[in-house]
Structure formats: C-alpha cells, structure tokens
Design a protein around this ligand. Structure first.
Ligand SMILES: Cc1cc2nc3c(=O)[nH]c(=O)nc-3n(C[C@H](O)[C@H](O)[C@H](O)COP(=O)(O)OP(=O)(O)OC[C@H]3O[C@@H](n4cnc5c(N)ncnc54)[C@H](O)[C@@H]3O)c2cc1C
Ligand SMILES: NC(=O)c1ccc[n+]([C@@H]2O[C@H](COP(=O)([O-])OP(=O)(O)OC[C@H]3O[C@@H](n4cnc5c(N)ncnc54)[C@H](OP(=O)(O)O)[C@@H]3O)[C@@H](O)[C@H]2O)c1
Length: 493
C-alpha cells in the first residue's frame, strides 16, 4: 500500500521533500498555511537578493533559466524560479494551501512496548516504519475555518527557521514599547508591506532599527536611500559582526576541502588529528588575514564595529552576512548612524541606550518608528507543532542549546518524523535538497539508522565540536565549519 507522508510547509524544503517523496513512490500531502509556495521568498523587502551565488542555490536537476544572468538574483527571480520548479515537477496538486497545521500527534503502533515512550526504529532495528505508528495532523483551513484531521505514516517538518514567529526583545515594565509615542514593528511586518507602502512609511521619518545582521542592514539601506542624511537611520547593535560586501573574495578561502582538512573533525583518527593540529597556525593565519582585510576595507575600527569573535568562529556558525553595496559609505556619510549597546529601553520620544561603553549616550535617540530586525523564534515554532509535551521537551527553546538532530534531520526520540531546513548552511537550498535525498533513501530502505544510543552519542559529539568551533554561537544550528564533510557523511550513508 502506498505510504502517506505528511509534509508541513511548502517553502524550498517542503517542495524538495514533496519531489523526493514522489520519486520514491510515497504519497505526499503538503500542508501550507500561505496561499502560495516559496516560504520566505513569497514576500521580502523590496531590495532583498540572494546572498548566496545562484550556482549554490540551485536544484540539482533544475538549473536557473539562462535569462537570469545575474549572480545574485532578486526576490522575484528566486520566487519565479521556485514556482517553475513546482510546476515542472507537478508538485502543486499535492499542496493544500491556506491550511495551517495546528498540531501533530503520534499514535503508537501495536509493536510498541506499552511503558516506553515511542522512539525511532521500533525494536531498535533502525527501520523508519518499525513502530507501525501513525501521525495525526490537525489542520485548520484559514478561509473556511474548517478543522480536519489527516492520518499519515511519516511526517516531514519543513516549517522554516527564519519566518512566521518573531523574536521580540523583552523589556522591564514601563520601559517597553508601551511608553513610546511612535510606532514599533518587527521586520516581518515591515517586509510584508507592499513596496510602495514601505517606502511611504519610512519617508521623512526618524527611523531606529535594532539588530546587526542581514535584515537590519537591508532595512537601514532602504531608509538611507529614501531619507539620506536629512533623516538618518539609527541602528542599535548589540554584537558587532563580520558583515562584508559580496565583492570580498573571502568565501573561496573557507568553503573547500582543504580548509576543512585543517579542522579537527568528529571521528578523525590520530593521524588526521595530528595534521590538523600541525596545520592549525595556517588556518589561524588565513582567518587573521581576512579579518585585517575586512577591518581595513570597511574601517571597522574607526566606526567602533570590530567584532569580539574571530572571523573563523563567524564562518563556523554561519554568521557572516553580506552587507548591501554602499552600506559602509552611508555610515561614512551619516545617513546610517551605528550605536553599540548591549541593551536598550523605550522612552516616550524614542529609545534609550543602556551602554557602559564610549559609544553610549543617556539622551534618548528621538524616533518616529522603531523596527526590530531581531530575528525569529524558529525553535519555538518547531516545539509548538507537537501536541505532546514529551515531544515538545525534545527541543530546547534556549538559544544556548543546539537542536539535537541526528544528521541534522532526525530526532532520535521522535519516531517516523524528520526535520528539514532547520540547521543552516551557506547554501540552504543545497542543504535541504541533499537532506531530502538522504531521508527518502532511508525511507526506501537503502540504509538503516543506528540505534538510539548511537544516534544520541553522535549528536553529542557534533555538539562538542560546535562548541569548539564557535563557543559563543554554538547554539545556532549550523554546519558552517564542516559543510562538505557533513554532506559527505550523508552521501556515505
Ligand atoms: C529574507 C531572507 C533571505 C534569505 N536569503 C538566503 C540566501 O540568500 N541564501 C541562503 O542560503 N539562505 C537564505 N535564507 C534562508 C532561507 O530561510 C532558506 O534559504 C530557505 O528559503 C528556507 O526554506 P524553508 O522551506 O526551509 O523555510 P521557509 O521558506 O521559511 O518555509 C516554511 C514554510 O512552512 C510554512 N509553515 C510553517 N508553519 C506551518 C504550519 N504550522 N502549517 C502550515 N504551514 C506552515 C510557512 O508558511 C512557509 O511557507 C534567507 C532567509 C530570509 C528570511
Ligand atoms: N538573502 C538576503 O538578502 C537575506 C535577507 C534577510 C535575511 N536573510 C537571512 O535570514 C536569516 C535571518 O536574518 P535576520 O537578520 O532577520 O536575523 P538574525 O540573523 O537572527 O539576526 C538578529 C539580529 O538581532 C539582534 N538581536 C536579537 N535580539 C536582540 C535584542 N534583544 N536586542 C538587541 N539586538 C537583538 C541579534 O544580535 P546578536 O548577534 O547579539 O544575537 C542580531 O544582530 C539569516 O540567515 C539571514 O542570512 C537573508
């Protein structure tokens, strides 16, 4: 009998899961709360472009059309490309749009021992369907409000880590947005605005933006373009990061087998470990060379934005983002004002920095509009999809903990379920595709998973490595340091 695979989300990861499920003869049922495919690419800021070269952000069996001749396509070009992919592989008929999954619930199969919580592989034999359980997916149609339940044999969670649930800073009572007389929004709300409306919103306003990663850089650039130096955009930065222009050729030095050879990898024997130790000064030297180059090119010292963590650590945690061209020129001109502060509070006229460094000020930064570009709570979204608190507890919502996924896909204690697209890479489309291929080979019986204890041991070893590569940011699920090595492991499986 054809087994049913419930896929939640029709962004890049969900489309890939659907395509590979079909290729292996499964019946995919894709649930998508939006009215279209594409996930984050459905609507972004007007100026959003790929920050990964398109050759890395390409389906293995569906190249970019030749008329897209730029290296970094725009949001509309990415969206059109995803639409063409879905049409080409006839995926749309498997997607239930406007259908929000409220929760998923596991029904144990008959082979499961009564007193044990359900987990992967039934009798520990690594068979993905060994438990013979079912997942019950409860959905609500967002137009008709009709609630339905659907039973499937396997679930693939493709919920997205950088969408839907905003990470909003918390404030002491009477020091939050409630005391501010201007407008406050999260970048999700701003990105969802029609482009013309977004321009109108910021035009002639004193805009303060919070964050120092990709979204905030793009928003600040949009403000600088609309308002210039007359109404400079103030950016509140908690942690300086290595934000670089695409034109800096740093990536080539890190994203290759030789650079990974210089790292201690889980499972390496004594010889490889010895060589990695012997060559570690080389890796350190390359990192310092790149840091000095970036510091000089962007005058980071002058603007007080030299990060405390090394460039290598940033690479290892996928923290290096591309600044829009012209960003640092706008800082120089004064259309963007950078303020460093570990925390801040609201005042009726704007925001107050709570800073003990030289960059601080006790006067409020007068603002009409404050935009939090403070990221997303993807981990919370993942946790909340489970009806059972036991399964919810499998995922920590602390940013100091990595998500414990074997091969970044499987939670050893949650049976008949995989997570795709959660752990980041430099090229997330490629990462989701190779994981989907791995997953459906597993379901097809090409290989078996090790037992739970071995999977958990593997997860712990990986976690330890992440801590070594990037002590401060190891909680951010990412394969940055070893993405080739990691993909090799999937291929070997
Ligand atoms: C603005 C932006 C630009 C980016 N640029 C790049 C880039 O240049 N390079 C790169 O490698 N990565 C980039 N990323 C990372 C990006 O997240 C991935 O590239 C990729 O698009 C993620 O796809 P996904 O399918 O995993 O998740 P998403 O695109 O987030 O899709 C998740 C889907 O699941 C649906 N969903 C969630 N919960 C439910 C539910 N309960 N019920 C039903 N449906 C649900 C959502 O509606 C959504 O459609 C960018 C991210 C953002 C936000
Ligand atoms: N292709 C593109 O053009 C594009 C565009 C936008 C986004 N993206 C991608 O989308 C993903 C999300 O990016 P993002 O920039 O939205 O989110 P993000 O990477 O999670 O960054 C959030 C920023 O907000 C700061 N922050 C969080 N909480 C804060 C608080 N309480 N007070 C002050 N600052 C706080 C963080 O500081 P700390 O560093 O101190 O935590 C960080 O600078 C990334 O993978 C990014 O690369 C890509």
């Amino acid at each position: 009998m054809e087994r049913k695979v419930g896929i939640i989300g029709a962004g890049i990861s969900g489309l890939l899961a659907c395509k590979y499920a079909l290729a292996k003869g499964y019946q995919p049922l894709v649930f998508e709360s939006r009215n279209t495919i594409g996930g984050v690419w459905t609507k972004t800021l007007e100026t959003t472009k790929l920050q990964t070269p398109k050759s890395f952000f390409q389906f293995s069996d569906f190249p970019w059309p030749s008329f897209v001749d730029t290296l970094y396509p725009s949001q509309t070009q990415v969206f059109d490309y995803l639409q063409s992919y879905a049409k080409h592989f006839d995926l749309l008929k498997h997607i239930r749009f406007n259908t929000n999954v409220l929760n998923i619930k596991y029904h144990k199969g008959p082979s499961h021992e009564e007193n044990n919580p359900p987990h992967w592989g039934g009798d520990h034999n690594g068979d993905p369907f060994g438990n013979k359980g079912k997942w019950i997916i409860t959905t609500q149609h967002l137009l008709t409000q009709i609630i339905e339940v659907t039973q499937v044999d396997f679930v693939v969670l493709c919920l997205g880590r950088f969408s839907d649930v905003a990470n909003i800073p918390e404030f002491p009572i009477d020091q939050g947005p409630e005391v501010f007389e201007g407008k406050v929004m999260h970048s999700i709300e701003y990105s969802n605005l029609d482009n013309e409306k977004a321009r109108e919103l910021i035009k002639g306003k004193r805009v303060t933006v919070v964050g120092f990663k990709k979204t905030v850089l793009d928003i600040a650039m949009e403000c600088a373009t609309v308002n210039g130096v007359k109404y400079p955009c103030t950016m509140i930065c908690r942690t300086p990061h290595w934000n670089v222009y695409q034109s800096i050729p740093w990536a080539n030095m890190f994203l290759n087998r030789f650079s990974e050879f210089l790292i201690h990898k889980p499972g390496d024997g004594p010889l490889l470990n010895f060589l990695a130790t012997l060559l570690s000064p080389l890796r350190w030297g390359i990192g310092k060379y790149v840091e000095n180059d970036i510091k000089k090119k962007h005058s980071l010292k002058k603007i007080g934005m030299v990060p405390n963590h090394s460039f290598l650590q940033a690479m290892n945690s996928c923290l290096v983002v591309t600044a829009p061209e012209g960003f640092y020129d706008n800082v120089d001109k004064g259309s963007i004002i950078l303020k460093r502060s570990p925390t801040f509070t609201f005042h009726k006229e704007g925001v107050l920095l709570c800073d003990d460094s030289d960059y601080g000020t006790t006067k409020p930064i007068k603002s009409d509009l404050v935009i939090f570009a403070t990221g997303f709570k993807g981990d919370q979204k993942l946790k909340d999809i489970f009806a059972s608190t036991n399964f919810q507890k499998c995922f920590s919502s602390s940013s100091n903990e990595t998500t414990p996924l074997y091969r970044e896909c499987i939670h050893p204690r949650i049976p008949q379920l995989a997570v795709i697209g959660f752990s980041e890479s430099f090229a997330n489309l490629f990462a989701s595709e190779i994981r989907c291929r791995w997953l459906f080979e597993l379901l097809d019986g090409k290989f078996k998973l090790p037992n739970i204890q071995e999977m958990e041991k593997d997860v712990l070893i990986w976690k330890k490595s992440m801590k070594t590569f990037s002590p401060k940011y190891y909680g951010r699920p990412c394969i940055g340091a070893l993405h080739i090595w990691y993909n090799d492991r999937l291929c070997k499986d």
